[in-house]
Design a protein around this ligand. Structure first.
Ligand SMILES: [Zn+2]
Length: 298
């Protein structure tokens, strides 16, 4: 009996030991792979020539063009750990006549986002993609293409699930930081702009604003919508009409910030894009990408 107990105890302890070792080497393997992937990626993804990488003290943040995406080489936690400023210095909103900011939320995906990128390339126009961390994990190559082709990227949370994001500012910030890290692991830099899922009129409360400001993020809602995430399910022709009608009014600093989506199921939005661009060009709009300096829509 004693021997049996001894044997069982020995087997139990050896199993624990082996499982422990297994976990450790597996963890190490994963972290080694992650490191070598990150190194490989940062070697491959070059900074596009038009992009601005902010200085350690953000001193170069004031831009002279609406067509220059702005990124940071540090995440917020890296800034905090290195004692670098996290909050942006005061800056003027950019303004230079009528500028349309095409924005695409909830991607990237492997179908509509590439289609939208092809259309933008044909017209020689840059846009802004507010991406979700879980979508970037699924389609990192599409994010690399967005970046390489000179578009701006904004943070749109990790999973877009309202009930996980909005119970507290801590939950919200955690998803924003997580997504920054994912974006940085793919393209080597992180965005300074965010769009809160559902917009500020949704579940975003007054508590979120000071926290985002303290962490150097600038949130932008929109003032024109193609309504492609509503129950209306508009056709491409209806979306073009919405943009036409909604841009008949004037905007703060002449900035039209247009909400569209590029994820699965948004084929109509991709189909409407050439018509939307043509409506805007005919009304005298130039095109810009969203940066912290982009005027707030309201
Ligand atoms: Zn969204």
């Amino acid at each position: 009996m004693k021997n049996k107990i001894f044997l069982l105890t020995t087997i139990f302890l050896m199993t624990i030991f082996l499982i422990g070792c297994g976990d450790e080497s597996e963890d190490k393997k994963i972290s080694d792979e992650k490191n070598s992937n990150t190194e490989k990626i940062s070697e491959v993804v070059k900074i596009p020539p038009n992009d601005v990488i902010v200085a350690d003290d953000f001193s170069n943040i004031q831009l002279d063009s609406a067509d220059k995406p702005v990124f940071d080489k540090y995440t917020i936690w890296e800034r905090q750990e290195s004692g670098l400023p996290m909050e942006l210095p005061p800056f003027e909103e950019y303004s230079d006549g009528k500028i349309a900011y095409l924005t695409f939320d909830d991607g990237p995906d492997d179908k509509n986002t590439p289609m939208i990128l092809d259309i933008l390339k044909n017209y020689g126009i840059h846009a802004t993609f507010y991406v979700c961390g879980n979508m970037v994990e699924a389609y990192p190559d599409v994010l690399k293409r967005i970046y390489a082709e000179g578009h701006a990227i904004g943070n749109h949370s990790y999973n877009h699930v309202y009930k996980e994001l909005y119970p507290s500012t801590d939950n919200f910030l955690k998803q924003i930081n997580q997504t920054d890290e994912i974006i940085k692991s793919v393209i080597g830099v992180r965005p300074l702009t965010i769009r809160t899922p559902g917009g500020r009129a949704g579940m975003w409360t007054a508590d979120y604003e000071p926290l985002m400001t303290a962490c150097g993020y600038v949130e932008h809602d929109w003032n024109v919508s193609v309504e492609d995430a509503t129950s209306k399910k508009p056709s491409p022709q209806e979306m073009i009409k919405f943009v036409d009608e909604q841009t008949n009014k004037s905007f703060r600093k002449d900035a039209a910030i247009i909400l569209m989506h590029s994820n699965k199921g948004k084929e109509n939005s991709a189909a409407a894009l050439p018509g939307i661009i043509e409506v805007l060009v005919n009304k005298g709009y130039k095109f810009g990408v969203v940066t912290p300096m982009t005027p707030q829509p309201w």
